[in-house]
Design a protein around this ligand. Structure first.
Ligand code: HEM
Length: 798
């Protein structure tokens, strides 16, 4: 029989033009339609069964999954969504580049610069008049037809999105992480593969309690969240500036947050833990005691984001290419050292500049004084962990550095401010579940809750499941999967396949397998009786006081005094005496001395009994004191980068030394600002041109790291006539800052009743008299000390 290829070709071509059913017989391709049908069939035929299925079973396979099976497509034709894809326009472009997800690219693709451009609507229509709405006649009614006005107002109406339920107040910056040495023996994580490897990062620092517009200098834990855009996906190290936490199990997180947030009946106080519900809760949760020591210390009122540590808090795992795993704790150490505010200063700053930390971060980066932190790791084995007196799954415990030293593995530099706060800092979505191959979780029950919580909350905060496509959140690593649709989808996927396994897209995207993909470390639970389902904590979790005492005893006397004063202040704001007493009874288990001091400060004559302990005989701790826990253990590089110094001036001062001092400070990276009774030009006695860019009224003394008082009798007299000057001076003195007194200003010191010696009679090391280069040097050295606590008394004398 003679085969009628033309007839077969015609009927196949006709069949291939239908989107239901299809050609019953596939001959040689006669056109693009039949070619596509034929090649699709060839691909399906090349995968007669799912070859990966068997390997889905069994423990051994589970920890070493194979890569998925793929079939090479004969051409790109069968993978496309439509035969019309080659018909391009300026808008559609043409065919998707092979294997490319174009939503993943440097942020330049979405940056907008309007220089030299006309104003348009969101539809790109040029707007002729942006001043007037459309009306019927000059004095007539506005018209509903005004689509330009309505688009503008409608967009404005929806400019706000829900704020984060915690950590609502924050500030962000871009930068990079640089690895010091390959860590491949410990981890296959991409950032640690080789010395000098650079990984881009975005960091967001935050407070926990307050709302988005609340003050920066609240007594609070600071969030320290780092998004590493690694070439194997995003890794978020979502940490805090304190290495422990209030609670041990995620079950208690909503209770903790409800207790510390403004009280629900009257929404007060804002961004403060000093109220009934917080202290009621924590005094009933003795596991919080260690964290309370930290948040009552100066750690909770940092001088700046650039001068605080960061911690991953939980125990994580490093996993190497062979699948071997060790435990790891992460530490960030600031190059500029750990420096804090004092409470009186923090309170005053919160009024004068609620953006104090945000401003500081922004200005440091704009000035090129880039905040820098070293990443350190404490690495230990499962066997070591078992031998510790505490449980490494308990987030209320640290691992003392004496027990497991911190190994420095790289540095992070924050060197770029965001272009737009909302698009970047507000829309960034960190997630404790974002890990990459080489990093894994421990069984910390607090961490387990976090792994669930972040994406869940972000679905409502960012309006749907596609917020990973927001430019700030998308990784630099390629993204290919079968997730589709949902609110605000950006990616336009080519082809009809959105499932796996498939044969119609050649099996792609296919599972990466153990060699390339993320594999969870198989958790091992040794004791058989601990394997059943249970709601319980391990026994070592019940030791609530040993490490609280360790922290307290590791502080210098001035830090201990600040802890006592903070407890006194916070508990004095509690309105229920029984709650105060309960807290004192708990503190008695940490330190009788501390409990006595706080009780005395609260006018409590009779001390309660110590709170019954959950664990009568805790194991003997490995260390009783750890110097590394004191803020003073990390003075930093001693540089003045990012510091602000007030140089007071007024008409009649001698200008030259003030200018010389400003230049000397600049040379050290500090900013010396001329502060006068009013802003503007100052008539100096020596006719030197000085312009005051701040006034005593708009930049009060507590906003500066140090103070220089000028020379020139007439100028000093002018300053002393302004009450602000004396307040300025008193705050600088009270907050133990370095003060330079040029000759004529001794009169100001007298008028403000500032002593030049300490109570002991020794000279005050933080007060320098003179106006020459030697005194400027001493002044600079004094500022590098941060402050001079030898001067401090409680209550303050000045
Ligand atoms: C079970 C305990 C916890 C839960 C359920 C939880 C939940 C949350 C939620 C819902 C957010 C808001 C996220 C957003 O809207 O983007 C958040 C933010 C944050 N959490 Fe937690 N959290 C917990 C414990 C912790 C701990 C222990 C730490 C520190 C190690 C921490 C650090 C942070 C940080 C730094 C942020 C702010 C991230 C950013 O800057 O956007 N959280 N947390």
């Amino acid at each position: 029989m003679i085969k009628d290829t033309r007839a077969a070709g015609t009927s196949a071509a006709a069949a291939a033009r239908n989107t239901d059913s299809g050609p019953s017989a596939l001959g040689a391709p006669s056109d693009v339609h039949t070619a596509k049908a034929g090649e699709t069939n060839d691909m399906a035929a090349a995968m007669p069964y799912n070859p990966g299925k068997a390997a889905e079973h069994g423990f051994k396979n589970g920890v070493n999954p194979p890569a998925g099976t793929t079939v090479e497509a004969p051409s790109r034709l069968p993978l496309g969504s439509t035969l019309s894809e080659a018909n391009g326009t300026e808008k559609t472009g043409t065919v998707a580049a092979e294997g490319v997800n174009a939503t993943i690219a440097p942020l330049d693709r979405v940056r907008v610069d309007s220089a030299g451009q006309v104003l348009t609507t969101n539809q790109g229509v040029p707007i002729a008049d942006n001043q007037n709405s459309l009306k019927y006649g000059e004095r007539g009614p506005a018209l509903l037809e005004d689509f330009i006005l309505r688009e503008k107002i409608t967009h404005f109406d929806h400019e706000r999105i829900p704020e984060r339920i915690v950590h609502a107040r924050g500030s962000g910056a871009h930068g990079f992480f640089e690895c010091y040495e390959p860590l491949t023996e410990l981890t296959r994580a991409a950032p640690f593969k080789e010395a000098g490897k650079i990984t881009p990062v975005f960091v967001r620092f935050s407070t926990v309690q307050g709302e988005r517009g609340s003050k920066d200098t609240a007594r609070d834990v600071r969030g320290f969240a780092v998004k590493f855009y690694t070439d194997e996906g995003n890794w978020d190290l979502v940490g805090n500036n304190i290495p422990v936490f209030f609670i041990q199990d995620a079950m208690k997180f909503p209770d903790l947050v409800h207790a510390v947030k403004p009280e629900p009946h009257h929404q007060m106080p804002q961004a403060a833990s000093a109220h009934d519900t917080f202290w009621d809760f924590v005094s009933l949760m003795p596991e919080s005691t260690h964290m309370l020591m930290w948040v009552m210390s100066d750690r909770a009122i940092p001088r700046s984001y650039a001068t605080m540590q960061g911690f991953g808090v939980h125990t994580f795992r490093f996993v190497n290419a062979a699948g071997e795993s060790v435990f790891v704790k992460f530490h960030w150490n600031p190059k500029a050292g750990t420096h804090s505010l004092v409470w009186d200063e923090a309170v005053k700053i919160s009024g004068a500049d609620p953006d104090y930390h945000r401003r500081d971060l922004w200005e440091r980066i704009e000035a090129g004084a880039y905040p820098e932190y070293e990443l350190g790791v404490q690495v230990f084995t499962e066997e070591q962990a078992d031998s510790f007196s505490f449980d490494i799954l308990d987030a209320t415990k640290i691992i003392p550095e004496e027990l497991v030293p911190v190994r420095r593995i790289g540095r992070m530099v924050l060197n770029r401010n965001p272009d737009n706060f909302f698009a970047e800092t507000e829309q960034v979505a960190f997630c404790a579940a974002h890990v990459v191959p080489g990093i894994d979780f421990s069984n910390d029950p607090l961490l387990a809750g976090r792994i669930h919580s972040y994406v869940d909350t972000q679905i409502s905060r960012l309006g749907g499941p596609n917020f990973h496509e927001l430019p700030i959140n998308s990784p630099i690593a390629p993204v290919h999967n079968n997730q589709r649709d949902g609110m605000h989808r950006q990616a336009i996927h080519r082809g009809k396949v959105s499932y796996e396994p498939n044969s119609l897209a050649g099996g792609c995207p296919f599972q990466a397998g153990a060699a390339q993909g993320f594999v969870s470390v198989p958790a091992r639970i040794e004791a058989k009786e601990a394997q059943g389902k249970v709601r319980a904590k391990p026994e070592k979790f019940a030791d609530h006081y040993t490490q609280a005492r360790l922290f307290l005893e590791s502080q210098t006397p001035v830090e201990q005094a600040h802890i006592a004063a903070a407890f006194r202040f916070e508990l004095s704001k509690v309105t229920v005496p029984a709650v105060r007493e309960r807290m004192i009874s708990s503190l008695l288990n940490v330190s009788e001395d501390l409990a006595n001091q706080v009780a005395a400060g609260l006018g409590m004559d009779v001390l309660p009994e110590p709170m019954p302990r959950a664990l009568a005989k805790p194991p003997k701790p490995e260390v009783a004191k750890s110097d590394a826990l004191s803020l003073f253990a990390r003075p930093g590089d001693g540089s003045l980068m990012g510091r602000k110094v007030a140089i007071l001036v007024a008409d009649g001062v001698v200008g030259q030394p003030a200018l010389d001092l400003q230049a000397a400070l600049f040379a050290q990276g500090a900013v010396g600002r001329f502060v006068a009774p009013r802003i503007g030009p100052v008539k100096t006695a020596d006719k030197v041109a000085i312009n005051a860019d701040a006034s005593l009224e708009n930049e009060p003394g507590f906003l500066f790291d140090a103070l220089a008082l000028p020379d020139g009798d007439a100028g000093v007299q002018a300053l002393s006539r302004d009450g602000h000057t004396l307040e300025f001076l008193k705050d600088q003195y009270r907050h133990c800052k370095t003060i330079l007194v040029m000759p004529a200003s001794s009169a100001l010191m007298l008028k403000a009743q500032i002593p030049s010696t300490l109570l002991s009679g020794d000279p005050d090391p933080g007060i320098v008299f003179g106006a020459g280069p030697a005194e400027f040097d001493l002044f600079i050295q004094g500022i590098a000390q941060h402050r001079h606590p030898e001067r401090e008394t409680d209550p303050p004398l000045v």
